[in-house]
Each structure stands twice: as C-alpha cells, then as structure tokens.
Design a binder for this molecule. Structure first.
Ligand SMILES: Cc1ncc(COP(=O)(O)O)c(C=O)c1O
Length: 481
C-alpha cells in the first residue's frame, strides 16, 4: 500500500528523517491503519518518492522490525505484524467546528434494523417482484454503450431519453401534462424536496406539512431554516382551512396520505389550489406510491387541476421499482425550472447516467409497464387479504383507516386499548415482528395512536401467520399499561 509520510520540506539530518519515517509507520501499524500482513512499500520505492537515501528508509525499517512491528520475508518484502491496535488518540480542539443548530435538532438517520421474522415495514416494495433479468440486460447495454452522453457530464436535468419516458408515464397515468424538458430527474423524491427547499424557501418561511406526515419531508424544510407547522388531516386529507395564512409552501401527499392512507377529496383539492393561488404559496404534491391503486379509480392529480402554476409535482421509482436505485423526478412550474436545474447541477450534476440509461431502456421496452401491472395485481391481493384479516380478527383492537392504494395500511388503536402504540410496537419487536406506529409520524403530540402495517416486504404466504403473530401481541386490547 501507499503510505503517506510527512517530512520537513527542506530535508534534514538522515537520523532525524529515519526517526520520522519510523514513527509514522509505527503509528499506522499501532492504530490499525496498516492492517496485519499488509505490505509496506519497498525501501527503494519509498526512498525515491520521499527524496531520501535508501539507507535512511532501511534504518527506519530495521527499527520497526526490532520492535516487533513488522515481519520481513526474504525476497517478498516487509509486512505489518499482527499487533493489538492501540485506541486512536483524539486531541480535543479548543473550539470544534459546529453545524448550524437546525442540523443538531434533526434526528440521526436510522440504523438498519435487525432481521425480523415478520416484517410489516411501511413503504418497502417487494424486491422479488423487480424485473431483474431485464434490468441486468439494460444495465449491461448502458455499460456497453459508452457514448459521451452516457459517461461524461451531461444535462443536469437528467438523461433526455429517461425524461421523455417519465413524461409519457406520468402523462398517461396521472394526466400530468409535461414534455421531456419539463421533467427534472432527481436522486429520489428526497432530492426533489431538497432542491425545492433550496430554490423556494427563505430562512424563517412558514412551511405547512401534514400532521401526521412524512418526517423526511419536514426535516428537509427544517434543515433549510423554515418554520415547519403541522396541519391536521381528516378523512378528506389536509385541512386547508387550518393553513396558517403566512404559509410559503404546503407539502402534501394527496393520492395516499402518508402515513394514514386516505386520498384527498376532490373538494379539498380544489380548496387547496384556490388557497395557494390566493396566498401565492407553492404546493409540493408528493405522489410517491400512486402506481398502486386497488379497486378505485384515481383522483386527478393536483398538478393536472392547477391553473395557476402553483404545484411542484414529485414522483419516485422507490416504490414502483426499488428504493436503492435512487431515482425520482419533479415537474415544476416553468417559473422555477431554471433555478431547479441549477440547484441540481450544483448538487450532483445529474446523478448516475448509467442507471438512468438502463431505466429508460426498461421503460421504453414496455417491461416497466408490465412490471407495474403485475405488481399492482399482487399487491391488490395482499391488500385485500390484509384488510380482510384486520376487519375480521382485529375488530376490537384496531380501526382500519380506509384506503385503496400504496404498500401499507394504517389502523388506529381502538379506544379500549390501554397500551400505547409504541409499547405495542416494542412488544411486537420482542416477538420478532417489525411494525411502526402512526405516533412516530407526528410532529407534535399524537392525537390518535395506531400502527402502520406495511405489506410490501411481507411475502403472500407469510401474511396469515404474521397477522396471527401480531394478533397475539395485541391481545384483546385491554392489557394493563
Ligand atoms: C411520503 C413519501 N414520499 C417519498 C418517499 C420516497 O422517497 P425517495 O424517492 O427519496 O426514496 C417515501 C418513501 O417512504 C414516502 O413515504
């Protein structure tokens, strides 16, 4: 390995230089940067690169060997010995650098949870449904086709072919009127939210988010210095009449409210757009899982109803394909497009073009549409089975929030329950069942506790057993606290 050795720029006495080389290599071995059996640079090469005599380096190596820090094999070289690494010494700076307070106030990213026997994680698609074979083919094609458009710096808005495919997809499925130039490809919906916050918000602006709602959206707005206000939702969605009049931006999930699951009613949609036009507010429509609808026709997207250029439409492939792909998109009013494209450019140019090329191939070949139809059918069956079991076996413990879309359902605890939802989730965890609570998605104090039950990660054949296990944890709902 190449080891960086720092020497005084003006050279020095050979004994001093040997001592410095010795100490820096000894440190690297003792603190574990050079691992056991890792090879040290050959003396001649190191001497040349440091501009010192070979004898100087050899003297340092002899001391390392005498101290038992290295072993030499004749003809093969010098290797770090197997020593117990010493704990790294940290000097404590007098005044450490500090992040802006808004960042300290945010929670840490979650650590990946341990494997559970039954996984009711919300919003996770079934990776076994992903069209792996076609994906590998399109990825190989993207890697073979090393044109400038593919491997160099491209348009910050993303690969044109992918933008065109996305525009067609949302044009047909959500009546979002957009051409390739209207689409900005992002690294997931998350980056679409970040870029929107960057270009729209001033510090101190009021941002209204749904309560309960999606934490990663409100965290973005808070990190950008906004005053984030939770606005309650009811069975028609966001309560528009509760919006603070100073609101600069409203974040909403109208197709499938996150996490409760109802759709925003047509009346509310009209109210929200009217309110936004009157107050000159921006509306972010997060359409994160609208690909999956069961039994009911979808309501018009806010974007398609908007005649005042207020709506930034955001979508993602995290639910319809895989979250790890990190591909999402935004369609913003023309007045914001140039700023958003610059923000994307300054953030990461355009993301990974190989992935974008492969995804465009998947969409253009029709594989994506076929995958959606198949997943839709399978998730519909899971949704029906899960809601059926919930209404049959959990009638005394849970009240299901009616919903006909997405990869999860929410259920409020029946009023007779004396255990908190968090306690139930902990008890479930002890029984190797992963389930989250509605409570976790509140900005303020939860008003109606409950559970969020995801079925994307739960194979069909496990649903019945998983629900039986969950029912055992819930008991009859009247357990003592
Ligand atoms: C409300 C909401 N928006 C967006 C996303 C997806 O975000 P991304 O595209 O960054 O993976 C999720 C995923 O859980 C979500 O629940």
């Amino acid at each position: 390995v190449d080891v960086h050795i720092s020497l005084p720029p003006t050279g020095g006495h050979s004994g001093d230089l040997a001592d410095r080389i010795y100490r820096q290599l000894a440190d690297a071995i003792l603190d574990g940067r050079l691992r056991s059996a890792e090879q040290l640079p050959p003396t001649r090469g190191l001497a040349d690169s440091l501009g010192v005599s070979r004898g100087t380096v050899s003297a340092a190596y002899d001391r390392l060997s005498a101290d038992g820090l290295t072993t030499a094999r004749t003809g093969a070289g010098t290797f770090a010995a197997d020593v117990m690494p010493a704990p790294r010494k940290h000097r404590r700076p007098v005044r450490s650098l500090s992040a802006r307070p808004a960042w300290d106030a945010l929670p840490d990213p979650p650590t990946p949870p341990a494997q559970a026997r039954y996984d009711f994680s919300a919003g996770v698609p079934d990776a076994s449904l992903f069209p792996w074979q076609a994906w590998r083919r399109h990825l190989a094609d993207a890697a073979r086709r090393t044109t400038r458009a593919n491997v160099g710096y491209g348009d910050p808005a993303g690969l044109e072919r992918l933008r065109a495919a996305i525009a067609r997809h949302i044009g047909l499925s959500r009546a979002v009127r957009a051409g390739p130039d209207d689409v900005l490809v992002t690294s997931g919906a998350q980056q679409a939210l970040t870029l929107t916050a960057q270009v729209v918000l001033k510090p101190g602006d009021v941002v209204a988010v749904e309560e309960p709602g999606y934490p990663l959206a409100r965290n973005v707005f808070a990190a950008h210095g906004a005053r984030v206000v939770g606005v309650r939702v009811d069975d028609e969605g966001l309560r528009v009449s509760d919006l603070p009049s100073a609101t600069a931006l409203v974040y909403t999930t109208p197709s499938h409210q996150f996490p409760l699951g109802m759709a925003m009613s047509p009346r509310r949609r009209a109210d929200l757009l009217g309110w936004a036009a009157q107050h000159r507010a921006a509306v972010v429509e997060d359409d994160y899982d609208s690909e999956f609808r069961y039994g009911q026709r979808s309501l018009d997207s806010l974007h398609s109803l908007d005649h005042d250029d207020r709506v930034i439409y955001v979508g993602t492939f995290s639910k319809s394909l895989l979250p790890g792909l990190r591909v999402g998109y935004a369609v913003a009013p023309a007045s914001l497009r140039s700023a958003l494209r610059k923000a994307k450019w300054l953030s990461d140019w355009h993301g990974d073009l190989i992935t974008q090329h492969a995804l465009a191939g998947l969409m253009d070949s029709g594989v994506y549409a076929t995958h959606l139809r198949r997943s839709q059918r399978l998730y519909a069956a899971r949704h029906a089975q899960l809601t059926g079991l919930l209404s049959r076996d959990f009638a005394t413990t849970l009240e299901v929030v009616p919903s006909a879309a997405g990869l999860h359902v929410a259920a409020h605890l029946a009023s007779a329950s004396r255990r908190s939802a968090r306690r139930i989730a902990q008890d479930a965890q002890a029984a190797s069942i992963r389930v989250s609570t509605i409570d976790d998605f509140y900005l303020g104090a939860p008003t109606r506790p409950g559970l969020v039950i995801g079925f994307g990660a739960l194979p069909d054949e496990q649903i019945r057993a998983a629900m039986r296990a969950l029912s055992a944890v819930l008991g009859d709902g009247s357990d003592p606290v």
